[in-house]
Write a protein that binds this ligand. Structure first.
Ligand code: ZN
Length: 178
């Protein structure tokens, strides 16, 4: 099911998410919703808090940029090795149409559980590595704008203000109801 992707300003984006203890049907449904929502928004990755679920689950799909990588779901992902550094522009589905230069590692190793609850390791570089780092950050409430230059952030001020209102409104309508 395609879910709302929450915007900057929502409290959901600033929380530390909970690890998954058991990979069950509920988690499988969450992953399906993440894929549906990411594809509808034409993104390359999505983290559970972006649809308001404070769980350590992310998906990454860079298959359009690099067909050698299949779409991937990672449960409890953990960055275990990171090397090299590179500054490139990136964006986020919680910040539509905003982009900024962010320094990321060029090579990373990530450990996670798959949809069957089995542990696996993924080694990534370049754009794939960047997408993984960006999504894992979401699970600790870290957002790409935390890393951009103060000047760039200043330039985005008006857009951020508008987004913040949108995120706060979503919280009012959705978090209060729970
Ligand atoms: Zn993001």
């Amino acid at each position: 099911m395609v879910r709302d992707i929450v915007k900057f300003g929502s409290k959901a984006l600033r929380q530390k998410c909970q690890p998954i203890k058991t990979v069950n049907a509920q988690i499988e449904a969450l992953i399906e919703d993440l894929f549906d929502s990411m594809r509808a928004a034409e993104g390359v990755g999505l983290a559970a808090p972006q649809i308001g679920m404070l769980k350590r689950v992310i998906i990454v799909d860079v298959s359009r940029q690099d067909p050698s990588h299949l779409p991937l779901a990672l449960i409890n992902p953990k960055l275990v090795k990171a090397e090299g550094k590179e500054i490139t522009e990136e964006g986020c589905l919680s910040f539509p149409e905003l982009y900024g230069d962010v320094e990321r590692h060029t090579h990373v190793t990530v450990e996670a559980l798959d949809t069957k609850g089995e542990a696996f390791t993924v080694e990534a570089e370049g754009f794939f590595a960047r997408a993984l780092q960006h999504e894992i950050d979401h699970l600790d409430g870290k957002l790409f704008i935390d890393f951009i230059s103060p000047l760039k952030r200043q330039l985005m001020r008006g857009a951020l203000k508008r987004l913040k209102k949108e995120g706060e409104q979503w919280d009012k309508e959705n978090l209060a109801a729970k």
